[in-house]
Design a protein around this ligand. Structure first.
Ligand SMILES: Nc1ncnc2c1ncn2[C@@H]1O[C@H](COP(=O)(O)OP(=O)(O)OP(=O)(O)O)[C@@H](O)[C@H]1O
Length: 242
């Protein structure tokens, strides 16, 4: 039996007039990095919100680390970083992390470790309000590394970062997974797919694929993730119209 950190069955989410996810199933293996890829509006953030338990769901079940999503016991076992910065502009990086460490009950020694992990050591005493957008988003990411959570749900953590930093962050994600954590990382940049053990492709709230990159390329005959995605979109459209 697969050891799933996340198990979703028949999930249905309605937002306003729109059914964003319908009859959605997904398993995420413990200790893996799963890339959640899809165009803007495909439902990535909605799926992540359902997994961390902040999304009202209209049907189905979402189980996280063996508990219902959002259960109180998951509070310090699951970390979630949204696209909106969640850190205080008028505090330094270190002050922000000390504050979050206290809130989470994480050891004080986690603060410097998390700052180093996102490569902000030389800026630790700078005010967050004076950082670049990419640096600020890495401060948000650092807060998720406090307390060593078992599941990290990261909404577009590499957006706006230069290629070198992006590679470094994906290496960090893979190291965390090698140490046993489970990561779900969204992106709309298809070439980031190469860095994930598993790829979940979403389009219009539908699961286009849940496979390895090698599996996707073999199945579609495409040369890269972007090509595979386009192949699958075309195939899905043919199925709808026939
Ligand atoms: N509060 C809301 N009320 C109504 N519809 C919403 C709401 N939030 C999102 N939606 C709609 O739900 C759909 C999925 O949105 P979601 O944010 O999950 O997509 P996404 O793949 O994360 O996109 P992006 O990459 O742009 O963040 C979109 O069509 C969006 O317009």
């Amino acid at each position: 039996m697969m050891n799933s950190a996340v198990r979703i069955r028949g999930l249905r989410v309605v937002r306003g007039p729109l059914t964003v996810l319908d009859d959605f199933d997904l398993d995420i293996r413990t200790g893996s990095v799963t890339g959640l890829l899809g165009p803007s509006g495909s439902g990535k953030s909605t799926l992540m919100r359902a997994i961390v338990g902040v999304q009202k769901v209209a049907g189905g079940t979402v189980e996280v680390l063996g508990q219902p999503a959002g259960a109180k016991v998951l509070r310090d076992r699951v970390a979630y970083v949204t696209q909106a910065p969640s850190v205080y502009a008028d505090l330094t990086i270190r002050q922000n992390l000390r504050y979050y460490a206290r809130v989470l009950g994480a050891p004080a020694s986690d603060v410097d470790r998390a700052i180093e992990q996102v490569d902000l050591g030389t800026h630790a005493d700078h005010l967050v309000g004076r950082l670049s957008g990419g640096q600020e988003s890495r401060v948000s990411l650092a807060t998720a590394l406090l307390g060593s959570p078992e599941l990290l749900v990261l909404d577009e953590p590499t957006v706006g970062l230069d290629p070198v930093l992006r590679v470094q962050l994906w290496e960090l994600f893979n190291r965390l997974a090698a140490d046993g954590a489970t990561l779900l990382v969204s992106s709309h940049v298809m070439d980031e797919a190469e860095r994930c053990e598993r790829l979940v492709l979403l389009r219009d709230g539908r699961l286009l694929a849940d496979d390895t990159l090698a599996g996707l390329l073999a199945r579609t005959g495409a040369a890269d993730a972007e090509g595979a995605f386009l192949e699958l979109v075309e195939k899905a459209e043919q199925e709808v119209s026939s």
